[in-house]
Design a protein. Structure first.
Length: 382
């Protein structure tokens, strides 16, 4: 349990008492389960985010049957309470990000062309204080992510026990750090995903990925000020050729947000097709700049980009075999695109060629990519 949220956690004991009192048998088609209700709520929340003007007819008789069970009604009230608490907390994080942007703008505007040692030292101290604000914001972002995971898991255990009776897991302890952890009940993950989406539906005050991107841009801006460099703008596009040096390692899913929050302190989040949302423009208000992370036209902004690839090979899979052996000089050619898996007519495709080189050769692995015909011919003939 996180101490800073100790007052807000799922009220487990009253729910367990209501669960014991219900003495409900396993659900049947004529008597919908608790999962039916929370899956519907998760779907409604998703539609509300994707289509803010969409309306429903309000007729959900089968859900009213589920709500007639006192335990389910109590659990729904708790999940709704947690959702409001999370939304309020995340809104506070956005306001803190706006304050950080405002201070970054002030520091940018006040940057002198030349100054004495005392002024320079005072300015650097202010920027270090600003880094502390960013670090605190990142720590609280990780905390609310963990808080949602804890409560989604706890609510999922209770709902599953309600639906399956004695066959379910005992809901007498708080969950591990993530609802994504392997569990003995395969169904538990489904329940936990629904609960997670009910508590953190997305949108302006529920998209932690967008907040992470904004914090990443703030760190990038701050690093530029500390290094006395101008913030680079424009849309990020991968270079046509670059050396590849990849380090891969295992990580528990529940540690992903903590790892990202630590990484953005040193390197930025790069999203294909987007430049920094916090552009460093001192003429734009902090509120408008941060709002660019939340606008509907941006879509469900996240700190990652979906990637689809199609690899060229022959019927004997020689390319695949050589790549698996990772011998020096092994290469692969693929078509790659970013964004939606189903391509549109205007979809930008990249033809890429990757070449693996062994360290003992003194050469570096590299990757070529191209999007026009002349570059493609050169790439395939090289």
């Amino acid at each position: 349990m996180l101490e800073q949220f100790s007052h807000a956690y799922l009220r487990k004991r009253p729910l367990q008492a209501a669960l014991r009192a219900s003495e409900r048998s396993p659900a049947t088609e004529s008597q919908p389960s608790a999962l039916t209700l929370f899956a519907a709520k998760a779907q409604q929340a998703h539609v509300a985010v994707q289509q803010p003007t969409a309306r429903t007819n309000g007729k959900h008789d089968h859900l009213d049957v589920v709500r007639s069970v006192p335990f389910v009604r109590s659990l729904e009230a708790e999940v709704d309470r947690l959702s409001r608490h999370v939304a309020s907390y995340i809104e506070g994080l956005w306001l803190r990000l706006i304050d950080v942007v405002h201070q970054l703008q002030q520091s940018t505007a006040a940057t002198p062309q030349s100054c004495g040692a005392e002024i320079h030292a005072a300015r650097k101290a202010c920027l270090e204080d600003l880094r502390g604000l960013c670090d605190s914001l990142g720590a609280d972002l990780v905390a609310i992510h963990t808080f949602v995971a804890h409560n989604a898991y706890a609510a999922a255990c209770l709902a599953l026990q309600h639906d399956l009776g004695d066959e379910a897991l005992p809901a007498d302890s708080f969950p591990p750090d993530s609802w994504e952890s392997p569990q003995p009940h395969a169904q538990l993950r489904i329940y936990a995903v629904c609960m997670h989406r009910c508590m953190l539906p997305g949108g302006p005050h529920g998209n932690l990925g967008a907040l992470l991107v904004g914090l990443s841009d703030a760190y990038t801006w701050l690093r530029g000020l500390l290094a006395e460099q101008q913030l680079a703008g424009g849309t990020w596009v991968a270079p046509a050729r670059f050396q590849r040096d990849t380090t891969k390692f295992w990580m528990r899913p529940q540690d992903a947000m903590r790892f990202k929050a630590e990484m953005i302190r040193h390197v930025p989040v790069l999203i294909y097709g987007h430049g920094p949302f916090l552009s460093g423009d001192i003429r734009q208000s902090p509120e408008d700049m941060v709002a660019s992370l939340q606008r509907p036209h941006v879509g469900a902004l996240t700190d990652w980009t979906a990637i689809s690839s199609v690899y060229f090979d022959d019927s004997d899979f020689q390319t695949y075999t050589l790549r698996m052996k990772r011998e020096d000089g092994a290469s692969v050619v693929r078509v790659r695109w970013y964004g939606q898996r189903s391509m549109s007519g205007s979809q930008e495709l990249f033809l890429e060629r990757k070449v693996h080189r062994e360290p003992w050769t003194g050469e570096r692995s590299f990757k070529h990519n191209s999007i026009n015909l002349s570059q493609t011919v050169n790439l395939l003939s090289s």
